[in-house]
Design a binder for this molecule. Structure first.
Ligand code: ATP
Ligand code: MG
Length: 409
């Protein structure tokens, strides 16, 4: 396993007279019995020593003292103890200095739970009481909280994100400092903001993060967030269980009464990818479409929705309806049942299953290729799937002619 590979690095460094520790997130997650996804190592060895001792390496961040060492195909970041110079632009230190003491390296880290180191013998170095804070489920800044958030305003969102991921509260002084420094978030690049918000939403308790964004006033200082977190009830999250990150975004936007067009502008302001944006907006559109039916989900016409959005999306939508708005379990059961029955009852489910292709239609109707094809195929699909039109070339071509004639009128 990964840990024994990392152990080799510690061992080699120690054998050559250096100190070496696991540090940061991996120690925190190990103490919390959570899965460890990346292992960071710190050492008093100079980067030039690390490079010499581990020929198979990539100098990923030499300026900051980081060398990525490869053992059996896996990379581990080995970073020389360092302190950081004055911070610039509320985000990055202007320079770093290598130091010989572990404590100084731990001091520069953001929260007490992230400022612990552990050696091969699993002995913990914990100068700021990270372990006690973990036991109390607290996110606490290392040192003077105001200073720490002023140095690097991204820490504001990291605190929110860790609280969501771990189900922690924010220690009182740290929280007060966050409220005071919230405006500094406006200095942080929108991509970094998006990354942290994504981690928050993807976590087990996004409602904790939503509530904190409200409580600290952070919502006022990143593009689009103002309306989102002011209007969306954080209560909302308690009821909803959705796996997909895109759908979580959609639900949050929908709960804050963003239209599909506004949702698109929001995604663009956070510089989400085109694909992500389309998925999110698509789901908001679906939610809008069934909007009048929230109070009576049994009246949702699943048939057309199934054709337009597919089984997976409809199943998720039904799940959301039942966990969120539809309170009676007996009816909930029949909602899923209805969906399954309707899906099974459809003799065709996609355009590909139709007995004619776009080309067949062009030939039969003697028309040039154009947008009309998809339009007609869609209509044919609805008629065969939902309204009993036989799925035979003759019947379909007949119906296609009618469809085109109607359109030309
Ligand atoms: P994750 O589970 O997201 O990887 P992590 O705590 O490991 O959480 P990383 O961004 O991987 O976070 O950073 C590794 C370590 O570096 C942190 O545990 C923390 O000690 C330190 N660190 C990271 N970002 C900052 C920051 N902005 N300010 C201070 N220390 C930081
Ligand atoms: Mg990490």
């Amino acid at each position: 396993m990964t840990l024994h590979l990392a152990n080799q690095i510690l061992e080699t460094l120690e054998k050559h007279g250096f100190e070496a520790y696991y540090v940061g997130g991996c120690v925190r997650d190990w103490l919390l019995s959570r899965p460890v996804h990346d292992i960071d190592i710190c050492t008093n060895a100079h980067p030039s020593d690390v490079i010499r001792l581990f020929p198979d390496h990539v100098p990923t961040g030499l300026k900051h003292g980081t060398v990525s060492v490869r053992i059996e195909g896996q990379f581990f970041e080995v970073t020389t103890y360092r302190t950081e110079g004055k911070y610039e632009d509320y985000r990055r230190p202007a320079d770093v200095q290598f130091v010989s003491e572990l404590r100084l390296d731990l001091e520069r880290r953001d929260f007490t739970m992230n400022a612990m180191a552990m050696n091969r013998a699993k002995e913990l170095q914990d100068p700021f009481g990270g372990r006690a804070d973990i036991a109390q489920k607290l996110v606490r800044a290392v040192g003077e909280p105001l200073e720490r958030f002023r140095e690097d305003a991204l820490r504001l969102l990291r605190a929110v994100r860790f609280a969501s991921q771990l189900g922690f509260s924010i220690e009182a002084q740290t929280l007060a400092a966050m409220q005071q420094t919230a405006p500094l978030l406006s200095h942080i690049a929108v991509e970094r903001v998006r990354e942290e918000l994504n981690k928050m939403l993807a976590s087990d308790s996004p409602q904790i993060g939503c509530a904190l964004i409200n409580k600290t006033g952070l919502f006022g200082y990143a593009p689009g967030l103002q309306r989102l977190f002011r209007d969306a009830a954080s209560e909302f999250w308690r009821a909803v269980h959705v796996e997909s990150l895109a759908q979580k975004w959609s639900l949050l936007l929908y709960a804050a009464r963003f239209t599909a067009a506004e949702s698109k502008a929001f995604c663009q302001s956070l510089r989400m990818s085109k694909r992500e944006t389309e998925t999110i907006v698509g789901f908001v559109e679906l939610l809008e479409r069934i909007q009048p039916k929230w109070d009576a989900p049994e009246t949702v016409e699943w048939g057309q929705l199934l054709l337009d959005a597919g089984w997976d999306t409809c199943e998720q939508l039904a799940g959301i309806l039942q966990s969120c708005w539809w309170k009676q379990p007996a009816q909930t059961h029949s909602l899923m049942q209805t969906l399954v029955e309707q899906y099974r009852a459809m003799p065709v489910k996609t355009m590909k299953e139709l007995a004619v292709t776009g080309l067949d239609l062009q030939v039969a109707l003697q028309k040039k290729a154009g947008e009309w094809i998809v339009h007609v195929l869609r209509a044919l699909l609805a008629q065969t799937a939902l309204h009993g039109l036989p799925n035979t070339p003759e019947a379909l071509i007949e119906a296609a002619k009618k469809e085109v004639a109607q359109d030309e009128h």
